[in-house]
Design a protein around this ligand. Structure first.
Ligand SMILES: [Zn+2]
Length: 439
C-alpha cells in the first residue's frame, strides 16, 4: 500500500480512510471509515463474534491538527458473541479501550505529562479537555516499587499536599514530603506523604531483609532521622552524608556570628562597622578557590575589605578559617589525604572557645564516618537535590498540587523511570542518516 501522507500527518494508521473533514471554528471533525479488524469478545475473549445490528456512530478526541483540537467520527457495528452471548460495540484498535480518546491522543497526553507543565497547559497543547488529561494521569497505576535501588538517595521537600477526609470535610495536609531517588539512574523511585521516622520505618520494613540488604549506599543530609532509619532498616549499608549540607553548616555558622556581631556594633552606635559587616555577607562565604573567578577585576579591593572585616572579631576570623580550611580539605586529591586533613581540622576547631564553631566541629565529628564515606565512594545526594528542584518547578507551574495522590503520580511521571521521548530533536542528524542510507 502506498503511504498515505495525510494519515501520517494526523497520526492515523495507514488502513484508515479519511472520508471528509469538517472545519469547525475551534476544532476539526474528521469522518473516517474503519478497517474490519479481528472481533474479540471483551467478556470471554472468543473470536467467534457476529454482527448483531447496524450499530452506532462514535466520536472520540484525537491529537491536535494545525493547532486545533480534532475529533474522529466513525461508525462501529454492534456485535454478539456466539460463545457467551454478550453484546458489545466493536472498538477499533487505534482507539483507547475505555476512554473517549484515540490511542495517539492518549500517548500525546502521556508525553505531555512527562514534562513539568500544568494539566491545563497539556490539555491546551494537545487539543484535549482538562478532565481527559486528568483521566490519563489517573489511568496509570504507579505502585510501590518492587525492588530498592542500589544507591538510595533520600531527602525531604516542602509539599503542602494531602488527602481529603470526607467525614470532617477537611484536607489532611502534611507540610513535608519525602523523595526517594535512585542515585545510579538519577530518577525518583517513590514519593512518600510524610517524613516521620515511624512512617519511613513501616514503609521500608515492608521489604524483605534480603531486598534491604541489596541497598549498598544510603545518601542523606545530616538529619538525625534519616541516619537512624538507615541503621535500623539497612544492615549492610554505607551511609554517605552529602557535602553540601556540611558546607552549609559552616556557612551558616559564619553568617550567624557576623549577624550577632553586626547587631552588637549597632547597639553600641558604631554605624561604620555595622555597615561594613552588613555588606560583607557574600565575601565571608566565598570559597578561597572561587575568589578570582567570582571577584574578577575588584579582587584586590574585596581582599582589603575582607581583611578589614576579619580584624573586627577573633571569633569571626576563626569561623571563617574553619570554613576555608574545610573547603581545602574537599580539594585534597586523595581519600587518605582528606581523612588526615579532617583529623587535623577537628583537633583545631573542637577546642574552639566560640560556641558556634565548637558546635559545628562537634556535629562534624559525630558524622565523621558518614562524611568520609561520601569521599571514599564518591557518592552524594546530588541526584535527589536536582530532582527536588524539578519537583519544585512542577509545583510552581501547577500553582500547587493539593491532592497528594495526583502529586505523586505527576512526580513519578515527570521524574521517574518513564522516558517516552528523546530529550531533544535535531533534523540535521536525521538528514545525515538519510544520506548515509542513500549513498
Ligand atoms: Zn464472549
Amino acid at each position: 500500500m502506498a503511504t498515505k501522507i495525510t494519515n501520517k500527518l494526523i497520526s492515523l494508521p495507514q488502513d484508515v480512510s479519511i472520508d471528509r473533514v469538517v472545519d469547525h471554528p475551534h476544532s476539526m471533525e474528521i469522518f473516517i471509515s474503519c478497517p474490519d479488524t479481528e472481533r474479540l469478545c471483551p467478556v470471554c475473549g472468543s473470536p467467534h463474534c457476529v454482527i448483531k445490528d447496524s450499530g452506532r456512530s462514535l466520536t472520540v478526541r484525537h491529537v491536535s491538527v494545525a493547532g486545533k483540537g480534532s475529533f474522529l467520527s466513525f461508525h462501529v457495528p454492534r456485535l454478539r458473541c456466539k460463545q457467551c452471548g454478550a453484546s458489545f460495540s466493536a472498538r477499533p484498535y487505534f482507539v483507547h479501550p475505555s476512554m473517549k480518546l484515540s490511542a495517539a491522543a492518549f500517548l500525546a497526553a502521556c508525553v505531555g505529562l512527562t514534562g513539568t507543565r500544568s494539566i491545563r497547559d497539556i490539555a491546551i497543547d494537545n487539543g484535549l479537555a482538562e478532565q481527559q488529561v486528568l483521566s490519563v494521569l489517573c489511568s496509570v497505576d504507579f505502585r510501590k516499587p518492587p525492588s530498592l535501588p542500589r544507591t538510595l538517595c533520600i531527602d525531604e521537600f516542602k509539599g503542602s499536599s494531602g488527602s481529603y477526609d470526607p467525614d470532617s470535610h477537611r484536607w489532611n495536609v502534611s507540610r513535608f514530603h519525602c523523595n526517594i531517588s535512585d542515585g545510579g539512574f538519577g530518577c525518583v523511585v517513590d514519593v512518600l506523604p510524610q517524613i516521620s521516622l515511624d512512617f519511613l520505618l513501616s514503609y521500608f520494613m515492608d521489604y524483605s531483609l534480603e531486598e534491604r540488604r541489596r541497598v549498598r549506599f544510603f545518601c542523606c543530609d545530616m538529619h538525625g532521622g534519616f541516619i537512624s532509619l538507615a541503621k535500623r532498616c539497612f544492615p549492610d549499608v554505607k551511609v554517605c552524608v552529602d557535602m553540601f549540607h556540611v558546607v552549609k553548616l559552616l556557612n551558616d555558622n559564619v553568617s550567624d556570628i557576623r549577624r550577632s556581631l553586626q547587631n552588637s556594633f549597632r547597639s553600641r552606635g558604631d554605624e561604620e562597622s555595622y555597615q561594613l559587616l552588613k555588606r560583607s555577607s557574600r565575601l565571608l562565604t566565598t570559597s578561597s578557590f572561587n575568589k578570582e573567578t567570582y571577584w574578577g577585576t575588584s579582587f584586590k579591593l574585596k581582599e582589603r575589605q575582607l581583611e578589614r572585616v576579619l580584624t573586627l572579631s577573633n571569633h569571626l576570623r576563626e569561623a571563617y578559617n574553619a570554613l576555608q580550611e574545610f573547603h581545602s580539605i574537599l580539594q585534597e586529591p586523595s581519600y587518605s589525604e582528606q581523612r588526615d586533613a579532617l583529623t587535623q581540622w577537628l583537633s583545631t576547631y573542637s577546642a574552639s572557645d566560640c560556641d558556634g564553631t565548637r558546635r559545628c566541629a562537634g556535629s562534624i565529628r559525630r558524622h565523621r564516618s558518614y562524611i568520609q564515606n561520601s569521599w571514599k565512594y564518591g557518592k552524594s545526594n546530588g541526584p535527589c537535590e536536582g530532582l527536588n528542584n524539578r519537583i519544585k518547578v512542577l509545583k510552581r507551574n501547577c500553582y500547587g498540587l493539593h491532592d497528594f495522590d495526583h502529586f505523586r503520580r505527576r512526580v513519578l511521571f515527570s521524574c521517574g523511570h518513564t522516558k517516552l521521548i528523546r530529550e531533544t530533536y535535531t533534523n540535521a542528524l536525521e538528514l545525515a542518516g538519510k544520506e548515509r542510507r542513500d549513498g
